[in-house]
Write a protein that binds this ligand. Structure first.
Ligand SMILES: O=P(O)(O)O[C@@H]1C[C@H](O)[C@@H](CO)O1
Ligand SMILES: Nc1nc2[nH]cnc2c(=O)[nH]1
Length: 287
């Protein structure tokens, strides 16, 4: 049962890095370097954690690191699972269920994306305001376990307006404007056709990717606050003058990763000053 598996993983993690955790961060393609910001990190390869699958995509090393940023203890997933790798969405979103069982109150989701909106070219950092789930399925499909969240979930505000304004303020302090945008989640692993990108633009999408949305839905199901910060690594198909490639995506992630790391660092430091910071309950042992 998912609840038991997530609790077992949480118990192992809490045993190796005890104490409350104030935030989780999922690091997207080529963004694993953000974990270098953690002080005194405890590293746990997914292979050493119960029920975690292996990552298979370049730029997704497959480790959980728990360490400090500005007084806040943070759990960073260096590498994620994607539906296109053949995992079902329960598996793709397992790290979020584990955060929930660890009592973590919020999560920052990061990803590499293709830019659709005219002002969101390669190198942009975008704060997600909403999403289009075009994966064709919800991660909440199947029998609902009420201990994990409600059967019917309201998604009127997936991406916390409180965290979004906090991120905008911290970006301004760092000297740049943080635009907001709508993320369209495609199933992948192929990139889109130019006609699909025209369709996505007409539907209101600003950036396009192959992840993030299942994690955001499950995080809301689990009652976590969500902040989505993505980087644009390439113009989307048909806008890009060149064919798309994952090597280009990783290269562009590495180039912008430092600025995104500065922003996430600043957001986490700001959160560490909040009265409830890091006072999440430690996990309940598996019944
Ligand atoms: O894990 P993310 O969403 O950052 O990775 C994006 C989507 C695909 O996995 C890959 C395509 O290049 O980058
Ligand atoms: N689906 C999709 N995912 C991406 N990840 C990085 N760039 C892209 C893109 O153009 N399309």
């Amino acid at each position: 049962m998912l609840y038991t598996r997530a609790s077992e993983a949480a118990n192992v993690i809490a045993g190796r890095a005890p104490g409350p955790i104030g935030a989780g961060v999922v690091l997207g393609s080529g963004l694993g370097g953000l974990a270098d910001r953690l002080s005194d990190p405890v590293a746990m390869p997914y292979a050493e954690l119960p029920h975690f699958p292996m990552t298979t995509v370049a730029g997704h090393p497959g480790r959980l690191l728990i360490g400090g940023i500005g007084g806040l203890r943070v759990a960073m997933f260096q590498g994620r699972f994607h539906h296109y790798e053949g995992h079902d969405l329960e598996c793709v979103t397992f790290p979020i269920r584990v955060l929930h069982r660890l009592g973590v109150p919020r999560v920052i989701l990061t990803a590499a994306t293709g830019g659709i909106r005219d002002d969101l070219g390669p190198g942009s950092i975008v704060c997600l305001s909403d999403h289009l789930n075009l994966m064709g399925v919800s991660p909440l499909r199947g029998r609902n376990d009420d201990r994990l969240g409600p059967r019917f979930l309201d998604l009127s505000e997936v991406y916390s307006s409180r965290l979004r304004s906090l991120a905008r303020e911290e970006a301004a302090r760092l000297g740049f404007v943080l635009p907001e945008g709508v993320y369209a989640c495609m199933p992948g692993p192929n990139y889109e056709t130019p006609a699909e990108i025209r369709m996505l633009r007409a539907l209101g999408a600003d950036v396009v990717g192959m992840s993030t949305v299942p994690e955001a839905i499950v995080a809301r199901h689990s009652g976590l606050e969500v902040l989505g910060l993505v980087i644009v690594t390439n113009w989307a198909a048909g806008i890009s003058p060149a064919p798309l490639s994952h090597a280009e995506v990783i290269e562009a992630s590495l180039a912008v990763g430092g600025r995104l790391a500065d922003l996430i660092d600043a957001v986490l430091r700001r959160l560490s000053t909040e009265p409830d910071a890091g006072r999440s309950p430690v996990p309940v042992p598996v019944p």
